[in-house]
Structure formats: C-alpha cells, structure tokens
Write a protein that binds this ligand. Structure first.
Ligand SMILES: Nc1ncnc2c1ncn2[C@@H]1O[C@H](COP(=O)(O)OP(=O)(O)OP(=O)(O)O)[C@@H](O)[C@H]1O
Length: 321
C-alpha cells in the first residue's frame, strides 16, 4: 500500500484526484492521509468524493473513507474496464475537476460518464475551458472524447449536467507542433435576461475583436453567468455575480486571456498542471509561464508512482518526460 501525505505541496483536492487516477492506472493501492489538512474546511468535499467514486467505478476499486469531511482515504484498485457511470456531486462542486480524475482512466478502454454539479465554479476550469482549451490539445494527440453540456450549474444550487464519452485512446507524446490554434469567446448565462449574455460578449469582443463569439443562454436549476476566452493552448474565464456588471465579466475574461498570451510558454499555467498525468503516460514536452505549485505537487506525486517529469527553466518552465 502506497502511503501519501495529502497535505504535501499544494495540498488540495488535486492530490486526491491525481493519486486515485494514478492508483487505477498503475494498479497500486494507496492510503491518503491528512487530506486537504491546511484548507479552511479540511478533508474530502463533495467534489473530491465524486471524483474518487468515478475513478473507483471505472476500475472496480474498493474504497474506505470516501465521505465528506474524511481526512483519510484508502483506494484499492481493480482492473480498469469500460463503464457507464452516472454521479451527482450533490453541490455546485466542479464537474470539470471530477472529469480531470476520471478521464485518464477512461481513455484506457473507453466509457462514459454523466455528472451533475457545477459547470462554472471559482478556482477551477470552466466546462468551456475544459472543452476549448484542454480537450483540443488532448484530441490533437489522439484522445477520442465527446462532451455534451445538458445544463449549466452555478453556485450555490449547481444542477449542471454534463455527459462525456471517451473512446479507447493511445496518446502520442505531447508535441509543441500539435498544439491547437483555434480561438474564441463563449458568453454563458442561465435564468437571466437576454441582454446579459450580449453585454458580456460585446465587452469581451471589444478587447479581442477578431475572435468568433458564441452565446449560450439557458434556463435551469441555478442562476449564473460566465465568459471563457481561448487562443490555442491558453484560456481565461470570469464568472458573474450579483452586482457585478456584465461588461466587467466579459472584459475580465478577455483581459485574462491577453495576459495569458503575453506570458511566456506554449500552454497556460493551469493547463500545465492538468497535462502532467498525460505527459507522464505518453512522454513529450511543453513549456508554460512558470512551474506553479500545483504543477510541482503533481510532479512529486507522479514521482511517487515511478513517473519522472523533468522540470527546467523558470520563465518559461519546460516540462518533459
Ligand atoms: N481559472 C482557471 N482556469 C483553468 N483551470 C483552473 C483555473 N483555476 C484553477 N484551475 C485548475 O483547477 C485545479 C484546482 O485544483 P485544487 O486542488 O486547487 O482544487 P480543489 O479540488 O478545489 O481543492 P482545494 O479546495 O483543496 O484547493 C487545478 O488543476 C488548476 O489548474
């Protein structure tokens, strides 16, 4: 049984998600202690429990301690198999972060998952970032993944529904020549007057004039807004909130993207940590503005499972395996 200190490095939910995915992929039982020990509400939150369950279902794992608030988790993987999974996070916890744990495992034999929860949540990738920044890069390296956003989910009520299908995929080594170069803006609202999405979009377009714009207006269980902008392997997003003018949301996402594009490196800082499991599995190389604490934490964890990632340079940082 591999023992993992869940509080090391960045010490967040990422340690749990990455550890269970690697446990499944390497068929190594793990015990994670001190989960999110330094966080204001330590232990597993609903999003982390759902990510663990998704990976457990995909590989027939036995679980102990997978409940909200638990500070210790035991994950004993079985064999990865093709599965059809449906899970409800039960809160507005991030669906893209659950997918972050499930996808590398699902790509082995294929499978599908339907998740209910948050699609656009603070401090996590929006579902649009997942679809427009993360997935194009993965697809360019051979991943077969389809995503359908059936409903959007915002804090606090959540209720977003996302269906993802993955085909068995052998990924090519990550190659800078295969990085995508599409760009765009998506302005999303749910349960809000039509003009909100238009004003967000116009403000983002004023900063990024040549970018194609998509408007996604919905009605659903929760109310909220977001804008995500992307260019190649870089993205930025902003979420609306009561009292924040729509123009500020659009401008924040667009200016965030300009800042990401001005930073050194081929992928943005967030994508840099999200790609590390794939870099470890398939090899290759990419550059990012910096080696963030999330990225360095993932590298240490990968090393615990026997995958060595070389990190060199500071600005940009170069990740290779
Ligand atoms: N604006 C953003 N755009 C894209 N990805 C993001 C963004 N903000 C955060 N992320 C990604 O979300 C993940 C957050 O991991 P982290 O462990 O901090 O979150 P968590 O599971 O919510 O746990 P905790 O609450 O303990 O921080 C990282 O992979 C990070 O790159």
């Amino acid at each position: 049984m591999l023992e993992i200190d869940g509080s090391f490095g960045e010490g967040g939910g990422q340690v749990v998600r990455t550890a269970v995915a690697l446990s499944a992929l390497t068929e190594t039982p793990v015990r994670i202690r001190k989960i999110r020990a330094g966080r204001p509400k330590p232990g597993l939150a609903a999003q982390h429990c759902t990510a663990v369950r998704a990976v457990a279902l995909a590989c027939g794992a036995a679980l102990e301690g997978c409940s909200a608030g638990s500070d210790t988790l035991v994950f004993e993987p079985g064999e990865i198999r093709r599965t059809t999974i449906a899970l409800d996070i039960g809160t507005a916890g991030s669906i893209p972060l659950v997918l972050q744990a499930w996808l590398p495992v699902a790509l082995v034999h294929g499978g599908s998952i339907t998740l209910t929860g948050g699609t656009e949540v603070e401090k996590s990738p929006t579902i649009d970032y997942f679809m427009q920044v993360f997935l194009p890069l993965l697809r360019a390296h051979g991943a077969e993944v389809r995503v359908e956003v059936r409903a959007r989910g915002y804090y606090p009520a959540g209720g977003g529904v996302v269906h993802v299908t993955a085909g068995p995929s052998a990924l090519a080594p990550i190659d800078p020549a295969r990085l995508p170069n599409e760009q765009g803006i998506v302005s999303c609202t749910q349960n809000l007057p039509d003009h909100v999405a238009d004003r967000q979009a116009s403000a983002a377009s004023a900063v990024l004039p040549d970018f194609p714009v998509t408007i996604d207006r919905r009605t659903g269980r929760s109310t909220g807004t977001s804008v995500t902008a992307w260019a190649g392997a870089k993205g930025a997003s902003a979420l609306g909130r009561l009292g924040l003018p729509a123009e500020r949301v659009g401008r924040a996402a667009a200016e965030g993207l300009l800042a990401a594009c001005a930073a050194p490196g081929a992928v943005d800082e967030h994508l840099a940590d999200q790609l590390l499991v794939y870099l470890a599995l398939s090899g290759g190389r990419y550059t990012a503005p910096t080696a963030s604490s999330h990225a360095l934490t993932a590298c240490s964890l990968l090393s615990t499972f026997g995958y060595e990632i070389a990190v060199s340079g500071t600005s940009p940082a170069v990740f290779s395996a």
